[in-house]
Design a protein around this ligand. Structure first.
Ligand code: NDP
Length: 289
């Protein structure tokens, strides 16, 4: 059947979440601090709650998506026993420590807690591309998976540790920012020779595909703790990094990113890793510095 669901927080993301629940046929109750943000959803069939307490009372499944964890606690803490027996799914972005603290708080309140992370923009919610990550008790995820799957085909359960969804969230964003920064730096370099970013983009795209192909093998090396250089050694990489640093300096673009990459590699070599594959750089990232 169609699980009744309450969505608390109707910012850009909360409105998209509530809209997807409505389209999937769930009786959907909505609440937002600024009430007018519920208007469009109410016109589409959502039930407006007049207080957070009414919103919580309306459905067994509560989805919260506000700016930060502080706002989550400020909203829900005053409700006391009203939360008892509910399943709370918190899709607000935060850290793993905040997720675990909120799980402890929920346990004291008799609330079953799933922490979640949204790897999508609002327009992607409810589509095949949207990835939503969940961590917390498996039984709660299994029970509400059919409803949650309506938010995105990439709905994934990560495990019982409530911190996992936040950790994956930042780890994934870190990959994306590294890729984007590499692209932007490269575009700046080529720009000094009058090359458009548009001309560079297909080459950058191909290189991202090449690296993608390396990940599974490097992950095996990292998990095994052995780094045979079947492709290229870290020593070989370093020589090419030198070119990137010097080229950046000589054409006058920002060289901070290549210098950082080279500094990490210098230290790996100082640690005796020069003959290993690039995956051995994991040790530089595991160390605090
Ligand atoms: P918005 O700024 O559009 O909305 C913020 C929401 O939080 C509003 O509903 C706002 O209420 C509410 N809010 C903030 N503080 C309080 C408070 N103290 N008490 C009650 N309500 C409060 O942000 P988004 O919807 O874009 O983002 C929400 C969460 O989703 C964030 O954690 C974000 O990181 C995450 N997210 C967003 C993505 C995106 O592309 N937008 C992608 C992935 C995750 P009011 O309307 O009254 O101000």
């Amino acid at each position: 059947g169609h699980t009744p669901v309450t969505v608390i927080g109707l910012g850009l993301m909360g409105q998209a979440l509530a809209g997807a629940f409505l389209r999937a046929g769930h009786p959907t109750t909505v609440w937002n601090r600024t009430a007018a943000k519920a208007d469009r959803l109410v016109a589409q069939g959502a039930k407006p709650a007049h207080s957070v307490g009414d919103a919580v009372a309306a459905s067994p499944l509560l989805v919260v998506c506000v700016s930060d964890y502080r706002a989550v606690r400020d909203l829900l803490d005053p409700l006391g026993d009203a939360l008892d027996g509910r399943v709370l799914v918190n899709l607000t972005s935060g850290t793993s420590a905040q997720a675990r603290e909120t799980a402890d708080w929920a346990a004291r309140r008799g609330v079953t807690y799933l922490d979640g992370a949204i790897m999508a923009v609002p327009a992607g919610i409810g589509t095949a591309e949207a990835v939503l990550l969940y961590s917390g008790p498996r039984s709660a995820f299994d029970r509400y998976e059919p409803a949650l799957r309506g938010l995105g085909a990439g709905t994934t359960y990560l495990g019982g540790d409530h911190g996992l969804s936040s950790l994956y969230d930042v780890a994934i964003l870190g990959v994306m920012w590294s890729v984007l920064n590499g692209f932007l730096h490269g575009a700046a370099l080529l720009g000094t020779a009058g090359v458009d970013a548009g001309a560079f983009a297909p080459f950058a795209s191909t290189s991202i595909g090449t690296v993608t192909g390396w990940l599974a093998g490097y992950a095996r090396q990292i998990d095994d703790g052995t780094y045979p250089a079947d492709d290229a050694t870290i020593d070989t990489h370093l020589a090419a990094m030198d070119h990137l640093v010097h080229e950046s300096e000589s054409v006058g673009v920002n060289a901070e990113l290549p210098r950082l990459i080279k500094a990490l590699t210098d230290r790996a070599i100082a640690d005796g890793r020069g003959g290993d594959s690039y995956a051995a750089m994991i040790e530089r990232f595991r160390a605090p510095r």
